[in-house]
Design a protein around this ligand. Sequence first.
Ligand SMILES: N[C@@H](CCC(=O)N[C@@H](CS)C(=O)NCC(=O)O)C(=O)O
Length: 254
Amino acid sequence: MAKTARKAAKRPAAKPVAKRTARVSARSKPAPRPKSPGNGPSAVDKQRFTLHGFALSGPTYTVALMLALCKHPFSYIHVNLREGAHKQPDYLVKNRFGQVPCLRDGQIFLCQSAAILEHLSTALGKFDAKTPLERQRVREWLFWTWDKLAGPIFRLRGRARGLRQFGDETRVMYDSEARAALNVLEHELAKSDWLVGRKPTIADIDVYAVLRYAGEAGLDITAWPRLAGWKKRFEALPGFGTPEQILPLESRLI
Ligand SMILES: N[C@@H](CCC(=O)N[C@@H](CS)C(=O)NCC(=O)O)C(=O)O
């Protein structure tokens, strides 16, 4: 990690957030944060988030995409997976699982991209569910994404990039698992434009950030017309960016 990056990672947050976080986990909505005169994030807010990640990592993209769609600036620390930086003690204290991503929110570190999405949607009041039933539906999609969709797509992508080795029989198995998951999405999207409710939620963000890599996994989304339409709608959302647009290759501090 670059020296400046390390300094910033240790830099105390402008405002302690422990209490606020406790409230978030109690599931009540936090009071809206003060806005700057320009209606963008205030000076304090700009320093609120630091994303630790790796530019080629899908789950890192999930979190960066959420912040981009929320139009919330964030610092970024490149975690060099190739050199094993994610297994070093200074990183393991931030993410006990030794994986990217990890998000610093004030003075706490959060991990597991889907759990981070839930945290951010509650904390920022964006892309959140509007009713208890919707919250349940959103959570079901988050669990399903990592249960059925992400595994096969990321494994096929890993093989295509030469990062994973497995034979054709296994490739065919993952391919049919991925296709079965895409069929589920195609069926659900016949009912409405978005996965839960009438507006995009973190369920759409979580699914999109995996589907983004379907092409690299050898799957052509245009074979699922409703899904392709949903993807187009999603990409038209204000703040949207591709992984290349929103994930820096190096650490970037603001
Ligand atoms: N379920 C986790 C998955 C994280 C994950 O698999 N990250 C990969 C990079 S894409 C990683 O850190 N791999 C290294 C390892 O697991 O040791 C999440 O959503 O955050």
